[in-house]
Design a protein around this ligand. Structure first.
Ligand code: GLY
Length: 413
């Protein structure tokens, strides 16, 4: 029996059976504790749980479609199928909500939405780098909380698919196979792809191939060398020559221009190098994460929520991107716990809390406007969609950050 068939049978058998039946420093100063205690995290977690239940009441009709965004002129979710790049975030939100509430109904619902994504792990699905977002946010959180071995198999299949996009000549993953012809980008690597190294690192240590670790580490290294300017701001897309393996150019897909500073690209990078350091222990990744964080923090407006592109000439009348703030707040809470520099650790933790405080204000929370958690994210400004919208990945990383914060707070008690 060939290997693919064996895997599909294993996964199918599992689903058939289902159908039938501180890390903070111990010497944490009083000041740090005061900062940690000052943010009412439980209130925000209760708010998220209530919004999850409002969303379920609106969208949960036993179809496998996922809520992706609520546009600025609407109160209703725009629903997508499981092949959409954002399909893992809604199951991820449900798993974080279950982690906090231990509500068995939410768990059942999380399992159902997670398992809808199973076809993404089957061999006939040709995906792109987004397989990491799709499977790690859903099955990754599911496995972490349930230790269900069938979920582990799905994650390993996801990592196997992602690894097939690696080009050893370049040293990075081909993020968008669909853009090779469409944009004449022979080998393209986008910053968002840094997030999806996590499934490779994880799978290499949990029954997958050891070489997936090397792929992930090389990708982080080569991206670090090619996709950032001298001032540590970033290019959304790096285009490489497949013959020489060398960089051809840095360009944008979702930023204002090729040479501008797109907020979410930098947010993914800050999170991505935090993962790379956590998984490899390579201090170069930590030092690099600090540099790309510091330039991001320096360019932030007063409320710590960036404009969608730091170089949009329409600032201060340009849209904001709350999703970047949510991603960065979660990353910095983790980075503060990995830091070997105590001052930086404290600074990153404090600024992450300020981001969370502002995201939790009446200016950024959706509250009665719609049933998402947050307003004011910008998905694709040049593409003309999801401008000043509520978007599921903003909610996903906001809730992840709240859960991380809560855990840090518990660890100081
Ligand atoms: N991964 C696409 C984005 O950040 O919009």
């Amino acid at each position: 029996m060939n290997n693919n068939i064996r895997i599909i049978m294993k996964i199918k058998a599992y689903f058939f059976i289902c159908m039938v039946m501180c890390i903070t420093e111990s010497s944490c100063s009083l000041h740090n504790k005061a900062v940690l205690d000052s943010f009412a995290v439980d209130k925000q977690l209760e708010y998220c749980d209530a919004q999850v239940k409002r969303t379920l009441a609106k969208v949960d009709n036993d179809s496998s479609r996922m809520p992706r965004c609520v546009n600025a002129n609407s109160a209703d979710w725009y629903m997508v199928n499981i092949y959409d790049w954002t399909s893992g975030f809604w199951p991820g939100i449900l798993w974080y909500d279950y982690e906090v509430t231990q509500d068995e109904n939410i768990k059942k619902t999380a399992i159902r939405y997670t398992e809808y994504l199973l076809p993404l792990a089957l061999p006939d699905h040709i995906g792109d780098h987004d397989i990491g977002f799709q499977l790690f946010c859903s099955f990754g959180n599911a496995y972490r909380q349930t230790e269900n071995e069938a979920y582990k198999d799905v994650l390993i299949e996801g990592a196997r698919k992602l690894a097939t996009l690696y080009n050893p000549k370049v040293g990075t993953i081909l993020s968008w196979p669909g853009m090779v012809e469409k944009m004449s980008w022979p080998h393209n690597t986008i910053l968002d792809n840094l997030m999806n190294l996590e499934i490779l690192f994880w799978a290499s240590k949990n029954g997958g191939k050891k070489e997936w670790y090397d792929i992930a580490k090389n990708h982080a290294q080569v991206t670090m060398e090619n996709q950032f300017r001298d001032d540590f701001t970033s290019y959304h897309v790096a285009v490489y020559d497949t013959i020489t393996g060398k960089l051809i150019k840095g360009v944008t897909n979702q930023g204002y221009g090729d040479e501008t500073f797109w907020a979410r690209g930098q947010a993914w990078s800050i999170y991505g190098y935090t993962i790379a350091y956590r998984e490899t222990g390579d201090k170069n990744f930590l030092r690099f994460a600090e540099k790309i964080t510091d330039v991001y923090l320096k360019r932030l407006p007063e409320d710590y929520i960036p404009y969608w592109d730091f170089d949009d000439p329409n600032i201060p009348d340009a849209p904001k991107d709350a999703s970047s703030a949510a991603i960065v707040s979660s990353a910095l809470l983790e980075m503060s716990q990995l830091e070997d520099n105590k001052e930086k650790a404290k600074a990153y933790k404090d600024v992450a809390i300020k981001m969370l405080e502002n995201l939790s204000s009446d200016k950024y929370q959706s509250r009665d406007a719609n049933s998402s958690f947050l307003l004011h994210s910008t998905g694709n400004y040049p593409g003309g969609y999801e401008i000043d919208a509520s978007i599921n990945y903003a909610d996903h990383y906001y809730l992840e950050a709240l859960v991380r914060y809560k855990e840090m707070q518990s660890n100081t008690k």
